[in-house]
Design a protein around this ligand. Structure first.
Ligand code: TRP
Length: 336
């Protein structure tokens, strides 16, 4: 079975943007691939801005979110990145074959470092850790959104350079290929950019029906609809775009018609969307309640995931260290 690896940052809440853009896909892929899914807490600390008081809880919440969304620990290996130290260790070794110039060219690095007085090295080295994540499992396929393509291209480049320099002519690391997640880029409720926890413009997968409604109510719609009587254009409305993901074709047709003719106000349209979102995630909310009531079960699952991941990761790391000529770890002999 081909192997996939993907990672998600422990932002705490799993929101409908993550779900439509990535996690829904992860759930489907786990049946056809040997799948490794990691909550990448080491990536989360790269900027130094993550609140140490919340990170552990956010990691647990993300695990609960992923499990509730249908990641099946019997099928996929779900684990916390920092629980498998080989990720950091391989990253260090890959530093040796990664040109700083390549890192500085990364769009995400340029965006995130712009305007900072002091740029943490972690921000620059972030893609090396990502390459280590993937290469440790010698994954051939990486399901990611378009914003990660450049990092994937670099991971391939790193694999190629390492193979050339240290692989003895063999493809020790396969070059991982991005598997494009179906093109869904979900706009935030403020209509200003990608849906993202840090922008506070999300709807959480596990939000209660009331919370969903309170978040949707003030959400941005077609700005041309200043009053209830102004007709709107569903094609420029983010709420209508969300209907496309959560409402039936019939409902979407009806909503579009009501918008164009100003038959409905935006609140009517949002009410229907809120109900459909609540309904879609009802089973996941229920599952999350069960998991929250039994944190031991979650930690056991994560511990087992890390154990399985580490077995594979350590084998790769051993191979890398040997190829790079490091003295193998020594053990104190019983006669010493
Ligand atoms: N950088 C990715 C993101 O922000 C998360 C990630 C970390 C990842 N390691 C990975 C994704 C390895 C794919 C493969 O979305």
């Amino acid at each position: 079975m081909p192997r996939i690896f993907s990672g998600i940052q422990p932002s705490g809440e799993l929101h409908i943007g993550n779900w439509l853009g990535a996690v829904r896909n992860w759930v489907n892929l786990q049946y056809d691939f040997e799948s490794f899914y990691s909550i990448v807490d080491l990536h989360a600390v790269t900027t130094g801005a993550t609140d140490p008081g919340h990170l552990a809880q956010q990691t647990m919440d993300m695990a609960i979110g992923l499990l509730s969304a249908g990641i099946d620990p019997e099928k996929a290996t779900l684990f916390v990145q920092s629980h498998v130290p080989a990720h950091s260790e391989l990253m260090w070794l890959l530093n040796a074959v990664t040109p700083v110039g390549d890192l500085e060219r990364m769009t995400q690095y340029k965006d995130k470092s712009r305007g900072l007085k002091s740029i943490p090295a972690g921000l620059l080295n972030y893609p090396i850790l990502q390459a280590a994540d993937i290469l440790l499992y010698r994954a051939d396929t990486v399901p990611v959104g378009e914003d990660q393509f450049q990092h994937l291209e670099l991971a391939r480049e790193i694999a190629r350079r390492w193979n050339q320099r240290f692989g003895g002519g063999e493809a020790f690391f396969p070059e991982p290929v991005a598997r494009k997640t179906e093109a869904v880029r979900v706009m935030g409720l403020d209509g200003k950019g990608k849906m993202s926890k840090s922008q506070g413009n999300t709807v959480g997968l596990l939000d209660s029906p009331d919370d969903i409604w309170h978040k949707l109510r003030p959400a941005m719609t077609d700005p041309a609809r200043k009053t209830r009587k102004d007709p709107g254009d569903p094609d420029v409305c983010n709420i209508f775009a969300l209907h496309g993901h959560f409402s039936s074709a019939d409902t979407c047709g009806m909503v579009a018609e009501q918008c164009r003719t100003a038959g409905w106000g935006c609140l009517d349209c949002k009410r229907v969307l809120a109900d459909n979102i609540s309904e879609r995630f009802a089973p996941m909310r229920e599952q999350a309640q069960e998991l929250k009531a039994d944190p031991q079960r979650v930690t056991d699952l994560l511990a087992r995931g890390a154990e399985h991941a580490a077995a594979i990761a350590n084998e790769t790391l051993d191979g890398v260290q040997a190829c790079m000529g490091l003295l193998p770890p020594l053990v104190v002999s019983s006669t010493a």
